[in-house]
Design a protein around this ligand. Structure first.
Ligand code: PEP
Ligand code: MG
Length: 581
């Protein structure tokens, strides 16, 4: 194998690890396929298939039981899907028919059946089912493995410290994972919110996902470097690279350890100006780790992931339980739940939406909810009911004007009245806020501030719309610039308007987690910042070493420059003087 093979994927859980590869290979390609000639052979193959399916089912059901005990909803859902696919009559009957009629062995019959089922699904115009093809791959591999008589591949007892490499990992594979042995994960499938990504973050194991073809490039025992911070994997490193990464790993571990001391210290500048640092989360499983990062609550609970990839819309009870769990876990801290921000580049398969030329400017977020009021009201009921169990705030995305806010308030009033009639408790004083992320809202922030209890600035969208650059289009990403003079003016207007009207203002876009912007946001007077929890301690460390007074002076000067370069150069020069080493 060549030295230093560099592969780039998506960094899903930060950290650096160097170890040997453990190829978690549920698939088995070493089948010799054969034709069946006698009735006895046909019966034997039918029986083999039946028992491989039964064995796979027993394995998955055992795993499901254990996952239930840990009440991990997302993992349970994946397991339910896998078991449903496995129980599909078509899968087994079609394969059995092939064995009998085409006189092929069980493995061949299963593979061709699965191929046909997958092709049929891919032809359908159904995103939910299309997403299920990776679940089908998974089931196929499990049955094939059992057909080959191989032992179930377990991550509970590998016998040495390894980095697990797999096409995909299901909760069934990771349920009994031995954290003392599994030091890292690399998978071909998945993005930042895949099961592997979420689980590795929860267990604080470095991981890189979305590395297409990696299982074919490695062998068991290959030395591998996993850099979950940058989403990089290096196979078969030479001694120089090993030395370099060993140093990086040590530095990173030292750095993480040194940050821990900030966990319980107040988030304030050296001259005593305090702001609140909170966590952004996407699924309820992330709740358990936010306090470990010193978050003072959840500043943005993005709820769309509770709706994506589901066969049906989530029920009120399910949403209520999730929100209740979140708020009880972080109590006495608050949880700000953002209502469904669907549309744009995120769709749910069971709601009909027209194809749009410009989805980012289309029927997205609050526009979708104000049209689909039944879906919206179900979510509002769940949020309000959960508010009886802790401090919940509701926040609405993509607000562009006053009328939307008034329509929302009317719906909230109706929902509250219904709940009252039904004797269902809720917090009658629940705070209502908006994301300020559309330029029109930023410009009329003074008017909006009179209508709501708080603002949260969504810089990811605000910058996209203010500078007219599609945030998912790589061709124009070079224009994405939080320090553009227009963005700074919008931020100033939003923050000043909020304060003049006596309401608080948070910022929950990616800008909150990058230290270079901290002096600017502090200088502008931000009250609260919400970010990826892993960034909180580093931001707190810097905050605790800089002066609010100085940040105000720097920020004032920024407004005297007219280009991004001038602003950046000045800011870089100044931050060099005030940032800790
Ligand atoms: C934002 O737009 O800055 C934001 C936090 O929301 P999202 O990234 O979910 O659109
Ligand atoms: Mg947004």
């Amino acid at each position: 194998m060549d030295k230093n093979i560099l592969l780039t994927g998506i960094g899903a859980s930060p950290g650096i690890v160097i170890s040997r590869v453990f190829l978690f290979d549920q698939a088995t390609s070493d089948f010799s396929h054969f034709r069946l000639t006698t009735e006895a052979e046909i019966c034997a193959e039918e029986e083999r298939l039946e028992s491989a399916v039964a064995e796979s089912k027993a394995q998955l059901e055992k795993a499901r039981k254990e996952i239930r005990l840990r009440s991990n909803k997302e993992a349970q859902f994946i397991m339910d899907t896998h078991i449903l696919i496995l129980q599909d009559k078509l899968l087994k009957n079609k394969s059995l028919k092939k064995i009998r009629e085409e006189r092929v062995d069980a493995a061949w019959a299963l593979k061709t059946t699965m191929n046909e089922l997958r092709t049929n699904i891919l032809d359908l115009d159904d995103d939910y089912l299309k997403d299920r093809t990776s679940d089908m791959d998974y089931i196929e591999k499990r049955i094939l493995r059992n057909l080959a008589g191989k032992k179930e591949n377990l991550l509970s007892n590998i016998g040495e410290k390894v980095v697990v490499i797999a096409h995909d990992l299901s909760p069934a594979d990771t349920v009994n994972l031995n954290v003392a042995e599994v030091l890292g994960f690399v998978t071909e499938c998945g993005g930042k919110t895949s099961h592997t990504a979420i689980m590795s973050r929860a267990l604080k194991i470095p991981s890189v996902v979305g590395l297409n073809g990696v299982t074919e490039k490695v062998e068991n025992g290959t030395i591998i470097i996993v850099d979950g911070i940058h989403g990089v994997v290096i196979l078969n490193p030479d001694s120089e690279t090993l030395l370099k990464y060993n140093q990086k790993r040590e530095q990173h571990e030292e750095f993480e350890k040194s940050l821990l001391k900030y966990k319980d210290l107040p988030a304030e500048s050296i001259d005593g100006f305090g702001i609140r640092l909170l966590a952004n989360i996407e699924i309820v499983e992330e709740v358990s780790s936010v306090l470990d990062y010193g978050a003072e609550g959840i500043g943005l609970f993005r709820t769309e992931f509770l709706y994506l990839n589901k066969k049906e819309l989530p029920k009120e009870k399910e949403l209520f339980e999730i929100f209740k769990k979140a708020v009880q876990h972080v109590a006495p801290h608050p949880v700000t739940i953002r209502t469904l921000d669907i549309g744009g580049d995120k769709f749910i398969s069971h709601v009909e939406v027209a194809d749009e030329m410009n989805p980012a400017m289309g029927l997205r977020a609050i526009r979708f909810c104000l049209k689909e009021t039944k879906i919206f009201k179900t979510q509002l009921r769940a949020i309000l009911r959960a508010s009886a169990y802790g401090k919940i705030k509701i926040m609405f995305p993509m607000i562009s004007g006053i009328v939307e806010v008034r329509m929302i308030k009317k719906l909230i009033k109706e929902v509250k009245e219904d709940l009252k009639k039904q004797n269902k408790p809720y917090d009658p004083k629940i705070k209502i806020g908006i994301m300020v992320e559309v330029p029109s809202a930023a410009i009329i922030a003074d008017l909006l501030a009179k209508e709501v209890d708080f603002f949260s600035i969504g810089t990811n969208d605000l910058i996209q719309y203010a500078l007219a650059i599609d945030r998912v289009n790589e061709q124009v990403s070079y224009l994405y610039e939080p320090l553009h003079p227009s963005v700074l003016r919008l931020l100033k207007n939003i923050i000043d308007s909020a304060h003049e009207n006596g309401i608080t203002v948070a910022l929950c876009g990616e800008m909150a987690s990058e230290s270079i912007y901290l002096p600017v946001l502090l200088g502008l007077g931000i009250d609260e910042m919400s970010m990826n929890p892993v960034a909180i301690l580093e931001i707190k460390r810097i905050l605790r070493s800089i002066s609010y007074k100085k940040c105000k002076q720097i920020t004032k000067r920024l407004f005297s420059y007219s280009t991004v370069d001038e602003i950046k150069n000045f800011l870089k020069k100044e931050t060099k003087k005030i940032f800790p080493a």
